[in-house]
Ligand binder design. Structure first.
Ligand code: ADP
Length: 165
């Protein structure tokens, strides 16, 4: 049984993330989408909210499990019995950080490979931070996030926009 862990902030999940998950499903028996609890980041959505959104969106995929973790990704992946960590690549700008992270992870857990998957071009510009920015100013999120994520973003920002006047 080949298991892959796809770790990330998923704050919130976008159609770019989903495209990577669909691609990973074709390569592995089981994909664990793992929401990282990172004390250095200030997320918009709580870990439980991010897990709930992912679980709803991925409900039709029995081979995909959604989980949350803290600490080093390789330790989590090892505990899950994973042979690979999946990361998505959008542009060259993603590469430098990912390169360092993959080599560090390989040093810590040589038995786990990092696999980079590219998204379809139409999703390559999407990031969670851009999506939050668009939502904050009331822009259209069609084709960028699933409808339930769009609703959650609108709900999060409805108060702040009212305050803006
Ligand atoms: P992190 O904080 O770990 O980067 P993200 O949720 O931003 O968490 O991203 C998780 C992974 O998904 C990363 O490997 C990132 O490069 C990838 N990713 C995010 N958005 C896209 C996208 N539109 N296309 C391809 N990969 C993406």
């Amino acid at each position: 049984m080949k298991i892959a862990v796809y770790p990330g902030s998923f704050d919130p999940v976008t159609n770019g993330h989903l495209d990577i998950i669909v691609r990973a499903r074709a390569l592995f028996d089981r994909v664990i989408v793992a929401v990282a609890e990172n004390p250095h980041k200030k997320p918009l959505f709580a870990v439980t909210e991010r897990v709930e959104m992912l679980s709803s969106v991925l409900a039709g995929f029995p081979d995909v499990k959604v989980d949350a973790y803290s600490g080093l990704t390789v330790f989590y992946a090892r505990k899950q019995g994973a042979c690979a960590i999946i990361r998505g690549l959008r542009a060259i700008s993603d590469f430098e950080n990912e390169f360092v992270m993959a080599l560090t992870n390989k040093k810590l857990a040589p038995e786990i490979e990092t696999l980079f998957l590219m998204t379809e071009a139409k999703y390559s510009f999407i990031s969670s931070s851009a999506v939050k920015e668009v939502a904050f100013y009331g822009g259209c999120l069609k084709d960028m996030v699933p409808p339930l994520v769009e609703a959650a973003l609108r709900a999060k920002f409805s108060g702040s926009r009212e305050n803006e006047g």
